[in-house]
Design a binder for this molecule. Structure first.
Ligand code: ADP
Length: 224
C-alpha cells in the first residue's frame, strides 16, 4: 500500500493538532506539526529558534525556507516510512509548491482534509485554550477541560495561556490564515489533490477522526 501524506488543513483553532494525535494512533503514521517543531527550536534557543521567535510571538508566519527545510528533513525520518500527517503545513502557496516537488519523487498518496469551523467558534476556542507550562498539553474550557481546574492532568504543572493565544496575536494569526493560507486550498484543488471538507464544530473529536478515517479508506479504495 502506498505511503499516505495526510494534510490537515484549517484555520488556527480548527482542531488540527487534536485530530493529528488521534489519527497518528489509528493510522500508525507520524505526526508532523511545524508549530510544535518551531516551538521546540525556540525553547532550545538554537539559530533557527532565535530567528523565528519574534515572528511567532507576533502571530506572523515564519519564512517559507525555514519551515520547508524542517519538513524536508523530517519526512526522511524512519517513523515516516508508512506515511505522515502534516499539521500546520503547507501554509503558503510557496510551501505547497515545495511539498509537491518533494512528493512527486516518491510513491505516496496525498489527501487533504479541510476542518471547517465557524469563525466565532474559533475565537471562543482559542481564547479558552490553556497549556501546560511543562509538557505543552493543551486544554479547553468546555471540551477537554483538565480534571482539576488550572492544573495539567499529566504532570500536575499549572496551566497558562500559550504566548500566541493572546487576543491581539490571535487576530494576527487569523489574518495570516485568511491572506496567506486559505489560498492554498484552491492550489490543492487545481493540482488535482483530493480535498474533503469535514465539519469540525460541535462534534466530538473522536467522531471527526472516524469520519476522516472513513474518507481515507475510501481514497485508498478499501471497503468502509
Ligand atoms: P495555529 O495553527 O493554532 O496557529 P501552530 O502551532 O500551527 O498554531 O503555529 C504557531 C505559529 O508557528 C504560527 O503562528 C507561525 O508563526 C508558525 N508556523 C507554524 N507552521 C508554519 C508554517 N508552515 N509556515 C510558517 N509559519 C509557521
Amino acid at each position: 500500500m502506498a505511503r499516505l501524506c495526510l494534510i490537515l488543513f484549517g484555520s488556527p483553532g480548527s482542531g488540527k493538532g487534536t485530530q493529528a494525535k488521534l489519527l497518528k494512533e489509528s493510522l500508525g503514521i507520524a505526526h508532523i506539526s511545524t508549530g510544535d517543531m518551531l516551538r521546540e527550536r525556540v525553547a532550545s534557543g538554537d539559530e533557527i529558534g532565535r530567528s523565528v521567535a519574534s515572528l511567532m510571538q507576533a502571530g506572523e508566519l515564519v519564512p517559507d525556507e525555514t519551515v520547508n527545510r524542517l519538513v524536508e528533513e523530517r519526512i526522511e525520518q524512519p517513523d515516516c516510512a508508512n506515511g505522515f500527517i502534516l499539521d500546520g503545513y503547507p501554509r503558503t502557496v510557496q510551501q505547497a509548491k515545495l511539498l509537491a516537488e518533494l512528493l512527486v519523487l516518491r510513491p505516496i498518496r496525498t489527501v487533504v482534509i479541510h476542518l471547517v469551523v465557524d469563525y466565532n467558534v474559533i475565537i471562543a476556542r482559542i481564547s479558552g485554550r490553556r497549556q501546560c507550562q511543562a509538557c505543552g498539553a493543551l486544554y479547553g474550557v468546555t471540551s477537554n477541560a483538565p480534571k482539576n481546574p488550572g492544573v495539567c492532568d499529566k504532570d500536575g504543572t499549572s496551566l497558562g495561556i500559550r504566548d500566541d493565544d493572546r487576543e491581539e496575536v490571535v487576530r494576527e494569526r487569523l489574518k495570516a490564515y485568511e491572506q496567506q493560507t486559505a489560498p492554498v486550498l484552491a492550489y490543492f484543488k487545481k493540482s488535482g489533490i483530493p480535498c474533503w471538507n469535514v465539519e469540525a464544530a460541535d462534534v466530538a473529536p473522536q467522531v471527526i477522526a472516524q469520519e476522516i478515517e472513513g474518507l481515507i479508506r475510501k481514497e485508498r479504495g478499501e471497503a468502509a
